[in-house]
Design a protein around this ligand. Structure first.
Ligand SMILES: [Ca+2]
Ligand SMILES: [Ca+2]
Length: 392
């Protein structure tokens, strides 16, 4: 039972309801839109990347600052053009080099780099390689693992140990922070393993900075690796790294054959001059005395015989009549590492290590040096006899 009038009233009531719902839905939609626009425009996780970019452009997590948990925020990765969704620590490649050598990670070792900076590129490189060799230990345990996560330069310093890639990245970071414009990362492959080291170019010659002093001239690097059991090398990759105006690394893969190579081999006569120059820092009165040559030569030849025969021959110094005291020190250098650019630093360093020579250099006034080479399984060695004496 209903009247027409009540029917119209119901219809009106329902129209009213529908209008109300429409209004609610419009407001709701508008709120969603406004909220969405607002949400997309803000940077929820404060990584310098607005949520819009995180969701629609880079597919990163807008609530996690560092989506791939590799130590670099999403925004910073976009800034330096690395993949914010791929952890650089998993594999040494262009992205990993860019990340590990980013300004952000380099600044963490900047103070140390400043203390190692020398007056010349050679001195800086020497100081850095020496520091790394003395302070970082090879991480045998990590080397045995199937998955080896790369470390940042600071992490390697803090841990005091690392594998070859950690050494290379730390060395490269210190070089860049010490003001070296261009550094290289050299990757070599044998059928069973890989090896990584840093490198620089000095006087148009490439030197590999591989965990320990001295730097290795690039043309001798394969031989150096073979001595250390890394052979045969069947592939080499070289990355060139320089910094852009923002001080961020620009990494390019180059043909290793394009690494500069000049003949910077040290002449042995130059080695004698360098040893005298270094010893005169301890005693400026030292004068060259050719009369001691024969005596020094006899001791040197005796030492060579000792090495060849493996017997102790009790090599003694026999001084010429007019001398009242003297001593001979026999030292050796591996020939393939002797270069014009680093010999001075190597000799200085060696004299400090064999400090008895520097003590004796202060005691005597006459000096004479002779040298000879000897072939060993590990390559040619330069044997040097340093004779110091006093004359009546
Ligand atoms: Ca963000
Ligand atoms: Ca990251």
């Amino acid at each position: 039972m209903y009247s027409e009038a009540s029917c119209i009233a119901v219809e009106k009531e329902s129209q009213k309801h529908s209008k109300k719902w429409k209004k609610v839905s419009v407001i709701f939609t508008l709120t969603i839109i406004i909220f969405s626009v607002y949400f997309l425009s803000i940077d929820t996780d404060s990584d310098n990347l607005a949520n819009f970019y995180e969701i629609f452009i880079y597919a990163t997590n807008p609530f996690i600052k560092d989506t791939d948990h590799d130590g670099l925020s999403d925004g910073y990765e976009v800034y330096i053009k690395t993949d914010p969704r791929k952890n650089w620590r998993q594999q040494l490649n262009e992205d990993a080099i860019k990340s590990a050598l980013s300004k952000y990670f380099r600044e963490q070792v900047s103070q140390l780099a400043k203390t190692l900076k020398g007056k010349t590129l050679e001195e800086t490189a020497w100081n850095i390689l020496k520091w790394v060799g003395e302070n970082i230990e090879y991480n045998e345990q990590k080397a045995k693992k199937t998955v080896q996560e790369l470390n940042t330069p600071l992490e390697t310093i803090t841990l005091k140990k690392g594998i070859c890639a950690d050494y290379a990245l730390l060395t490269a970071a210190l070089l860049l922070e010490a003001g070296v414009n261009t550094v290289y990362i050299i990757v070599v492959y044998t059928p069973t393993q890989g090896h990584v080291a840093a490198a620089i170019v000095v006087n148009n010659e490439t030197y590999v900075l591989d965990q320990q002093i001295p730097p290795v001239p690039y043309e001798n690097y394969e031989h150096h690796l073979a001595i250390n059991g890394i052979k045969p090398v069947n592939k080499v990759k070289a990355y060139k790294i320089s910094l852009d105006e923002r001080k961020e690394p620009v990494v390019t893969l180059i043909d290793p054959q394009h690494l500069p190579q000049a003949d910077r081999k040290l002449k042995y006569s130059q080695l004698i001059d360098i040893i005298i120059k270094v010893l005169r820092k301890y005693n400026p009165q030292l004068t060259w005395d050719p009369e001691l040559k024969e005596a020094a030569r006899r001791v040197l030849e005796c030492h060579i015989q000792e090495i060849i025969s493996g017997k102790d021959l009790e090599c003694r110094l026999l001084l010429p009549p007019s001398y009242f005291s003297g001593v001979v020190h026999t030292v050796y250098f591996t020939a393939m590492y002797l270069s014009q650019d680093f010999a001075y630093y190597w000799v200085s360093d060696s004299m400090e290590r064999w400090f008895q020579i520097t003590i004796d250099a202060k005691k005597y006034t006459k000096i004479c040096i002779v040298l000879d080479t000897i072939k060993t399984q590990k390559g040619e060695k330069v044997l040097v006899a340093i004779c110091l004496a006093n004359k009546f």
